[in-house]
Structure formats: C-alpha cells, structure tokens
Write a protein that binds this ligand. Structure first.
Ligand SMILES: [Fe+2]
Length: 287
C-alpha cells in the first residue's frame, strides 16, 4: 500500500540513517458531518498538503487507526481517493471505529498477518517498525468493541516479530494505548490486554517506543520504562477535562500530525499543528 517509490523501498539511505516518519491518526472519514463539525476530508486534505509541502522528505506516513468514523465502504473509498494526493508511501492501521472486512474490501493490497489481522513489520535499515491491529472485532459489539484487544494470536505474532528483530531497535504503532493516559472515559476503552502486551513487548529488550492514537490528544510519557507518544486527530480533539466518562465529546482545536525522527540510538517526537502557522510565508522570510 504505497503510492510512491521512496528511500523506504529503494534502500538508498544507509542502514543507520535517521528516518523521518509522519503520523496521522483518527482521521474519522465520513461523507456527511453535522453543522459545526470539522469535515474530516477537508481536514485530511489540508494535512496532506502540508506534509507534501513541508515534510516531503519523510520516509513513510503511518495512519494510526480510526481511519473512518463508522467503518463503511463509502468512507474508506473517500480516504482512498484523498490518499491519491499524498506524495509519500503510507501504511494504514485499524482502530475501534474501523471495520476490518470493509477496510480490506477497499484497500485490497493492505498487508495482513497469517491470521488476517492488519499487522505488518517494516524494516528500515537498522530499525524495525511493528504495526499492530488492536480492533476488538468481529463480532462488532459496542461498546465492548471500542476497547482494544490483542488476542493470543496477535500477541504470538508480536512475540515472533520482536524476537526475530534480535539486535534491531523496534517501534510499535498501535491505535489503543496499552495503559492509562489520564482521561477517565478513554482509559475505560484502552487496550484490554495491557498486562499481556507488556510481558511480550519488554521480553527482548529491543522495544524503544510506542506510538498510539485513540485519545485525540498529544500525550507523552513512559510506562514500565517504555516511552510512548499519542497524537492529536486531524478532526476533533479531546478537551483537557480528565474526569469525564464520555468518549464522544470533542473540541475544534487545531488539527495535528506527528513527526518522528528515529535511528537505532534515538527517537525524537515532534507535533505539527498544521493549521496554525503558514510555514511557506515563514520560509520566504528566512530563505
Ligand atoms: Fe478516534
């Protein structure tokens, strides 16, 4: 699922070169939105235009789940059409608002593991990216399916991929945070299998960072010694009210995407509120 040749495919970068990875999350594509809500396709178009203009040297763009709002075919087609504008290779993960069957019927070339989960490994020189499928379905049974799940099959696959990476530092990308993030409502629907996940994830000592979506908020920290980053959505954001049980309340703060710079020794994490600053105008001033 890549739309352009890059250093990722061609291997032009040296093994230990610093890699640049763009992270979009929670694009929540849907054709029709209520008055007053940001339109996900308009927001994603702005984000993609920004990446093309200012981060076109990135190796890869990863979409960290909740690609659509209700997992319908029309919304996946809308996403597919918009992604035609992106001049970089990209990979897509699933979240709790997605439907695996509908996703795979539109993105027919999406990579899956041997059990049909949308999981894959990307080796970038001396760095391994592991993309996980935390969708707790089928059956699509809400609100339970809003909670994240890594079943025994998915955890066994993760164990295998971390072990075979051996000396390679690994970064995991997954929609659901595997631990609390401080928002009561979202913590109820975090990854259900956090204990089992961390047992596997820390087994070989090569996991360097975890990247998540789901919360619609910029959050960083560490859990059990593993650093993590959560990024804002391209549409509505989680208000900074920690004790609300609702998971549907959103505020129209500026949309964002994440930028990771990574090599075997380093992971740098930046966020870009892409609607806030006209970088082209800034460049004209300084160049
Ligand atoms: Fe979301």
């Amino acid at each position: 699922m890549a739309n352009a040749a890059s250093a990722l495919e061609t291997g032009l970068k040296s093994e230990a070169a610093m890699r640049k990875i763009i992270v979009f999350t929670d694009t929540h594509m849907e054709p029709d939105v209520a008055d007053g809500k940001l339109h996900p396709d308009v927001q994603l178009a702005k984000g993609i235009e920004h990446v093309n203009a200012h981060n076109g040297d990135a190796d890869l763009v990863i979409f960290c789940g909740d690609l659509t709002d209700v997992g319908d075919i029309k919304s996946y087609q809308m996403l597919q059409a918009r992604l035609q504008d992106l001049r970089l290779p990209y990979k897509l993960l699933l979240g709790n608002h997605d439907r695996r069957d509908n996703f795979l019927s539109v993105f027919e070339d999406a990579e899956t593991d041997r059990n049909g989960f949308v999981q894959q490994v990307i080796d970038m020189g001396d760095l391994r990216l592991i993309l996980l499928d935390t969708l707790n379905a089928p059956p699509y049974d809400y609100p339970k399916s809003h909670m994240g799940r890594l079943c025994e099959k998915r955890l066994a696959w993760l164990d295998e991929k971390l072990e075979e990476a051996a000396h390679k530092p690994c970064i995991i990308f997954m929609h659901h945070p595997p631990h609390d993030t401080g928002f009561v409502g979202m913590d109820i629907i975090k990854l259900l299998d956090g204990e089992a996940f961390y047992e596997v994830a820390t087994r070989y000592g090569n996991l360097k960072h975890i990247v998540c979506g789901h919360v619609h908020r910029t959050i960083s920290g560490s859990h059990r010694g593993v650093p993590f980053s959560v990024f804002k959505s391209t549409v509505g954001q989680m208000p900074m009210i920690f004790d609300v049980a609702s998971t549907s309340v959103e505020v129209n703060e500026p949309s964002a995407y994440g930028i990771l710079f990574a090599d075997p020794q380093t992971v740098l994490v930046q966020t870009e509120d892409f609607e806030l600053t006209d970088l082209s105008a800034v460049r004209k001033l300084i160049e």
